[in-house]
Design a protein around this ligand. Structure first.
Ligand SMILES: [Ca+2]
Ligand SMILES: [Ca+2]
Length: 245
């Protein structure tokens, strides 16, 4: 009788357990799929807090700090914690400067960028949201926005579904250009920056249908192994050799 060691080990793993693990894996991936990148600033730095991406700023470092945040637009149970705080700077030198986030949208479409923001009366009161298809050239999206004086409970949402060039794009980038500050200490806070996307069909992220196909394939393998086991037992009973081939 010819049975490889790997085959014996495989037979000891209950089929139901394999199915359960695969379903849990698929469910967790589906839950993660929509948020490509989240910055909650609760650790008082510019590093991404969930997902993948980078955030950089041309604001003078002395005018970049962190102050009390909000749960407005918070994800995954994030607490309010800290928020990014940007000041006008000496001579309001930071007017015209920006924060830029680079997030690969490979495998995703219907890109949406959202965040909570507030500003003081002498802070940046004319801010332009932009997007980029190559990470180099940026294009205005919508009109300049004026931050409210408090975070409130409703985030600013920029739905970029119509910008098809942002879909499935490893060089996708987004920018907020700040203007209108009238004092050095006037400031804006930003919290819970989120880049969302919808998984593209046939992308590398498993879809429920592909998981079902995988499970049905495994079911076939299981049936073959069951038949082999029965044939082996019968062959042993009858005292003749049997190959699983
Ligand atoms: Ca926060
Ligand atoms: Ca961080």
């Amino acid at each position: 009788m010819f049975i490889t060691p790997d085959f014996r080990r495989a037979r000891r793993i209950p089929f139901n357990l394999i199915c359960a693990v695969l379903l849990c894996l698929a469910a967790s991936q589906a839950a993660r799929a929509d948020e490509l990148a989240v910055w909650n600033f609760n650790d008082s730095n510019l590093n991404v807090d969930h997902g993948s991406g980078t955030l950089t700023t041309t604001i003078n470092a002395a005018n970049v700090s962190f102050a009390a945040g909000t749960t407005n637009n918070a994800r995954q149970g994030d607490v309010a914690g800290q928020a990014l705080s940007l000041q006008g700077g000496t001579g309001t030198a930071n007017n015209g400067r920006n924060i830029t986030i680079n997030v690969s949208t490979l495998g995703f479409s219907n890109i949406v960028v959202s965040f909570a923001t507030q500003g003081t009366s002498t802070g940046f009161n004319s801010n332009q949201f932009q997007y980029s298809l190559d990470g180099i050239s940026f294009i205005d999206f919508g009109s300049p926005f004026v931050p409210a004086t408090a975070f409130g409970s409703v985030p600013l949402v920029f739905s970029l579904a119509a910008i098809v060039g942002l879909n499935d794009n490893p060089n996708a980038a987004f920018r907020i250009v700040f203007n209108g500050a009238t004092s050095s200490t006037g400031n804006n806070r930003i919290d819970n920056i989120v880049v969302d996307g919808t998984p593209i069909e046939n992308s590398t992220i498993p879809e429920p249908t592909s998981v079902l196909l995988l499970l049905s394939g495994l079911g076939g393998v299981y049936k073959i192994r069951r038949r082999t086991k029965v044939a082996n037992e019968r062959a042993a009973t009858e005292g003749r050799p049997y190959s699983s081939g």
